[in-house]
Design a protein. Structure first.
Length: 727
């Protein structure tokens, strides 16, 4: 594989003066196809690819940021070590040796669990990380593994584990053929989907309405998606499970279901005050959904980041199931990816784990071999056996993305050793002892192995290298592989031959070869049968705009791996959650006037925090504003374009105010990913951008009870004008 990499780099170095390279944008889940014009190894222009088999010429502003990150003077390209005098550049060998020695030393003194790992969401877009993180995980053998998944999506993976037996077997809405799309807690006009790869949602929504279909949005804010919908229903944050249970109750009580199931005893009249939607509207919605020729319910971030996140995700699927809309055109369907990662997990018997152990301090459940990120700070700060003393972060910035950010920031400063695989000195990595920077997206090949499995159409697209990286730089997969082997050498001592480990490292295949194996054993592969023609990487390279493998098709039998090989509608964990939800009814009355609930939001030019050093992503007016309903603003004496103090249990922020009826009364909204003014951050553009870190206000003690996902929406806050008189 090393020879192949060298040959490819050599070919790139001999490029013509001007060349157009097809590339898949990897900034969000949409997988938009791009045409990148390069001259003298520099990006000249980025345009949409009109022939891309999935995006068909769609592009959003985030794609242009690929060039700005490539040329960012703040981007690290070689390892650096933090010293009293600042950051100093060191060699790869010195950096990797120091990191391996320090981490192995901590584990020798305090046990394997004394080192933790954290993986951010950019890793999900990187074939090298997905395929080669295993080597580092095996070397460290720690239970203290964390990721951004426990901040925004684990409830959806858990509901799929309980229903279908695999955390990655997630049915997605067949929006190109449905007649009724019900969306809760998602804004696909901005996100292009979440656990749903759907580029150009505006066109798809227009096509839905053009064929007589209906789009209904349920959200505490009149989002960009709600503005193009047929109907928008405001809902109080955290009320999704109650609404879905009431929809189910209506479907069963009116005989609208196609499959039998014990319905929650939660009628619409009981929940209308708690969710903020009149009972008749709830009943009408249930009837219209069940009566549609095809319909699909879809939920995302808002439905995962609330106290009943797993139950909410489960109820969404149950509504699709009982109305006969699972595994049928226009309903909720399972993609058939060419590189079938869920299928590979099935073959390995690694379809997901739940509650195999509990966290040391709080006793929160393990999920998918990881612990809740909301528990990371306490695992660092609490003394005792198993205390986290070392940390590895990979493409993550938990100091901005995790709840109670101030506490986590305090914890990061107390680690004995911290290494970051990242190319920025950001709010998290400023605490690192060593930073190992990988190449950027344009400098390496890629394949979106995860998001082809969540796409609205079965396609397969190879994403080649665009820019030849600077000599001496390394890709993520090379860093992770080398670091894993060096840690294994340190921990093995005399019990294993260093020479044998070196030989093993040399025969590790590169990502392209590993992908080729996945394609060959996948549903469109040759399965290593010589006379059978199947999909290979070379076929993808010959089709730069991708290969169309057809619309979603019925495939429930292929993905099911529950013990009974049937959809499990009676999982005891979910039945217990229904009982818990019914028990909350007495507490779910409409809050009083003084209560305000904080929710987040996202922006088309931003993706969490990792574009904010790109000028395009932060130009224009301030976008990190607190949106307040006019009646709340009047009651609280807030003025438009003024400032307010927002306080929660965990912290306090001063923010700019935007008064708008786009937000539900009793709710305020502040976007996440901002707030780059901390000392030691080396992001020149981001530090000049206004904004605050909303996760100073979110609460690490508020976690979802099933998988411990962070509750980032519906956080109680108090809001006052900055000049509010002190008693």
């Amino acid at each position: 594989s090393t020879d192949t990499e060298s040959q490819h780099c050599g070919a790139m170095s001999q490029m013509a003066d001007r060349q157009i390279v097809h590339k898949t944008c990897n900034i969000c889940e949409a997988m938009c196809g791009l045409l990148i014009e390069i001259t003298d190894n520099k990006v000249v222009r980025i345009k949409p690819d009109p022939d891309d088999v999935l995006s068909h010429g769609h592009i959003c502003p985030k794609a242009i940021a690929l060039r700005e990150i490539q040329e960012d003077p703040d981007r690290l390209k070689f390892p650096v070590r933090r010293t009293a005098a600042g950051w100093e550049r060191i060699s790869w060998d010195e950096a990797l040796e120091e990191v391996a020695s320090q981490l192995a030393g901590i584990q020798a003194r305090s046990g394997d669990d004394a080192v933790a790992t954290y993986m951010g969401n950019p890793a999900a877009h990187n074939l090298g990380i997905i395929m080669y993180l295993t080597s580092l995980n095996k070397a460290l053998s720690t239970r203290n593994r964390y990721s951004a998944s426990s901040l925004d999506q684990n409830p959806k993976h858990a509901s799929s584990l309980f229903l279908y037996g695999n955390t990655l077997s997630i049915p997605i809405p067949d929006i190109d053929r449905t007649d009724f799309l019900l969306v809760l807690g998602a804004n696909p006009m901005v996100s292009n989907g979440g656990l749903l790869t759907a580029p150009d949602f505006r066109r798809r929504a227009a096509d839905l309405r053009g064929r007589g279909g209906r789009l209904v949005i349920v959200d505490p804010r009149r989002t960009e998606t709600a503005q193009i919908a047929d109907e928008h229903l405001f809902i109080r944050p955290g009320g999704d499970a109650l609404l879905l249970a009431a929809l189910l109750h209506t479907i069963f009580s009116e005989g609208l279901m196609s499959r039998s199931l014990s319905s929650p005893s939660i009628p619409a009249e009981v929940v209308e005050a708690a969710v903020g939607i009149p009972a008749q509207q709830i009943r009408d919605l249930a009837s219209a959904f069940a009566a549609a020729r095809s319909a699909v319910c879809y939920g995302r971030f808002g439905t995962c980041t609330n106290p009943f996140g797993t139950l909410t995700s489960w109820l969404i699927d149950v509504i699709n199931i009982v109305t006969g809309n699972l595994d049928r055109p226009g309903g909720a369907m399972f993609p058939t990816p060419a590189a079938d990662l869920p299928g590979v997990l099935r073959l390995r018997g690694a379809t997901g784990t739940y509650d195999s152990w509990r966290t040391r301090v709080r006793g929160a459940p393990e999920f998918n071999d990881e612990q809740p990120t909301a528990c990371l700070a306490e695992e660092i700060l609490t003394p005792g056996e198993g205390q986290v003393r070392g940390l590895v972060t990979i493409a993550g910035n938990p100091a901005l993305s995790a709840p109670n950010a101030l506490r986590l920031d305090e914890a990061l400063a107390q680690l004995d050793f911290f290494v970051a695989v990242d190319f920025y000195v950001n709010e998290t990595t400023r605490h690192a002892n060593v930073i190992l920077p990988p190449t950027w997206s344009l400098e390496h090949e890629n394949y979106e192995v995860l998001f082809h499995g969540f796409a609205v159409r079965n396609t397969s697209t190879w994403s080649p290298q665009v820019i030849e990286p600077e000599a001496g730089t390394l890709h993520e997969w090379q860093i992770l592989t080398e670091l894993g082997f060096r840690i294994m050498e340190k921990k093995a001592g005399r019990l294993a031959s260093r020479a044998a480990l070196r030989v093993a490292k040399r025969i590790v295949p590169g990502p392209k070869r590993a992908l080729d194996i996945m394609l060959r054993i996948g549903p469109f592969g040759d399965h290593f049968v010589p006379w059978r023609k199947g999909l290979r990487v070379r076929d993808l390279e010959a089709a730069p705009s991708g290969i169309d493998l057809g619309p979603l098709k019925e495939s429930l039998d292929r993905v099911l791996c529950t013990p009974s090989l049937e959809v499990d509608l009676g999982h005891p964990v979910m039945l217990a959650e229904i009982v818990r939800l019914e028990g909350e009814l007495g507490l779910a009355s409409k809050p009083g006037e003084e209560a305000l609930l904080l929710i987040g939001r996202r922006d088309i030019r931003s993706n969490n925090s990792w574009l904010h050093n790109a000028p395009l992503a932060v130009k224009g007016g301030e976008r990190c504003e607190l949106i307040v309903h006019p009646r709340d603003a009047e009651r609280l004496r807030l003025t438009p374009e003024g400032e307010a103090t927002v306080t929660s249990r965990t912290g306090e922020l001063t923010v700019s105010v935007k008064v708008s009826d786009e937000i539900m009364q009793g709710v305020v909204s502040l976007p996440h990913g901002w707030g780059h003014a901390l000392p030691g951050v080396l992001l020149q553009v981001a530090q000049r951008a206004p904004g605050v870190n909303c996760n100073v206000l979110t609460d690490d003690e508020m976690i979802e009870s099933v998988v411990g996902n962070a509750v980032l929406n519906g956080v109680p806050v108090q809001v006052k004008p900055v000049d509010f008189p002190t008693p």
